[in-house]
Design a protein around this ligand. Structure first.
Ligand SMILES: *Cc1c(COP(=O)(O)O)cnc(C)c1O
Length: 489
């Protein structure tokens, strides 16, 4: 299957490209994104066929329906990475929390956050493409905390790939920072930037626009690529677990085939819930897709009013930092599916020029047929962490935001699946504070508090981080970033 462009074609690029091309150079004409030319229809027959399949069998068959230009043996190797998750037979456990409420745990991979679900297999595919083409790629990543560790983990020691990862020196949790700065491989470079996530991201953007940097890369025969969440190579793996979760509920006798369920997703850049949207378009019985966010409630306002408005540019720092976002990139793919390429280009141009776009009443009602949304403040989130814990479920602050929309927006007679995107170990100070009132604890102390309260062991891989050798100790001003990267290359 080929991939086409959300904002139409400007004739400097082909009208449609293969999967390989779409993932190696993910930016399409007019700054748009690549989307599948048509979505395979799976329907009840497909679901029935996979009722007893393993996660990998399901994934492999779903991928085959997309007819992508990746060799079968590479796909097998990519999917084999799910064997390194906590339970190789079931990388994504679906846990019943209470009557009609289930949590899909997407954090059982090597870096303990949901980014592994896609970056693990995607990393394998990208590096084998680079090797096959005998090309060298530099992957630049700016991270607020979860993408960095997952990208480093998947690309470490992969031939033909180098990764430079920039993080805000004081903007991540200790665990997230240690996961990055202790990664030891000669093809990885981790740089702390003095400032916040926006500073790290704008440093990266300046670099991408720098002519001298481009010339240097060219002279070294290095191409640039990106592993950010608009890459369809990540999205494709994020469709699988929505289907898996549905089959899990059938296996647990919670639903019967065809019964509709809510998928309730803590959302930032919209990659996770986009996977659910595609799964629904491919035939999964979904009642509504629920977008949960924090006080950066741009997505809630879009779904409720049809207006995407970031004119005040006001980003709040919350206790669910992976969802602190103004421009949620993957929404564009929904605009494309619902309103077509011409209209998508118009809307995205409005956003780029004026920081606002407005849907028509018809467009809004189409959107509302599919999505509902609500947002959750940090204080409310803390209460949900506390009350879920009292019911026997320990969760992180991102997951907690879903409980608000579950209460305010759903019919609780219909089954809900909430997506849990991070393990408690990654955001321990917030959780310890919610459970015991402990203030300003560092990660290590907070981990111990939670471990005692919840009677769970701190995983050895997390505990080990605090005594591991620091490999990457550079923390620099953002002006010095180009120099620092050139030293590494
Ligand atoms: C990345 C991330 C999210 C947001 O996911 P999107 O696909 O960007 O919407 C939510 N929670 C955690 C813990 C994350 O790391």
């Amino acid at each position: 299957m080929n991939f086409i462009q959300t904002r139409g074609c400007d004739n400097t690029k082909p009208k449609s490209v293969t999967f390989s091309e779409a993932i190696l150079s993910p930016i399409a004409s007019f700054g748009g994104l690549y989307v599948p030319e048509n979505l395979p229809q799976l329907g009840e027959e497909f679901l029935t066929k996979h009722i007893n399949s393993s996660y990998k069998e399901l994934a492999s068959d779903m991928l085959s329906k997309f007819e992508i230009d990746i060799d079968d043996n590479v796909i097998v190797e990519a999917l084999a990475l799910y064997d390194n998750f906590d339970d190789a037979t079931n990388p994504v456990p679906v846990v019943k929390v209470k009557e009609n409420l289930y949590v899909s745990e997407l954090y059982h991979g090597p870096t303990r956050a949901f980014k592994d679900m896609a970056l693990q297999p995607f990393g394998k595919i990208l590096s084998s493409l680079a090797q096959k083409r005998e090309e060298n790629y530099l992957i630049l990543a700016a991270t607020s905390g979860d993408t960095g560790p997952a990208a480093l983990e998947t690309f470490k020691n992969q031939k033909n790939i180098q990764v430079v990862c920039m993080y805000p020196a004081n903007g991540t949790s200790d665990v997230q920072r240690l996961q990055m700065v202790t990664e030891d491989a000669s093809n990885l470079k981790v740089i702390g930037i003095k400032g916040n996530f926006d500073d790290a991201q704008s440093a990266l953007k300046n670099l991408l626009a720098s002519e001298s940097f481009k010339d240097t890369l060219k002279a070294k025969h290095i191409s640039l690529s990106a592993a950010n969440s608009v890459n369809f190579g990540r999205i494709i793996f994020q469709i699988v677990y929505h289907i898996h979760n549905y089959l899990e509920l059938i296996r647990q006798d919670a639903i019967v085939m065809g019964e509709k369920v809510y998928l309730n997703v803590p959302s930032g850049n919209f990659g996770n819930v986009l996977g659910g949207f595609y799964a629904q378009m491919m035939g999964l019985p979904v009642e509504k897709l629920i977008i949960s966010s924090n006080e950066n409630n741009i997505l809630t306002r879009l779904i409720q009013t049809g207006i995407y408005d970031i004119r005040d540019g006001d980003l709040k720092l919350t206790t669910s930092p992976a969802m602190d976002i103004l421009k949620s990139s993957n929404v564009e793919r929904v605009l494309y599916e619902l309103y077509g390429g011409e209209r998508t280009r118009e809307l995205m141009e409005d956003l780029d020029k004026n920081n606002i776009y407005t849907l028509t009443a018809d467009e809004l009602s189409k959107l509302q047929e599919i999505f509902i949304a609500d947002y959750c403040s940090d204080e409310e989130g803390k209460e949900y962490i506390k009350s879920a814990f009292a019911d026997g479920y320990l969760m992180d602050p991102h997951t907690a935001t879903c409980f608000k929309a579950y209460e305010t927006k759903t019919n609780q007679n219909i089954k809900s699946i909430i997506y849990s995107t991070a393990e408690w170990t990654k955001f321990s100070p917030v959780i310890a504070n919610a459970l015991t009132g402990e203030e300003n604890a560092k990660d290590l102390q907070a981990l111990e508090t939670i471990s005692k309260e919840a009677k769970v062991e701190i995983p050895t891989m997390i505990k080990g981080l605090f005594t591991k050798e620091i490999i990457h100790d550079s923390v620099i001003e953002k002006e010095d970033i180009e120099k620092e990267i050139l030293k590494f290359l």
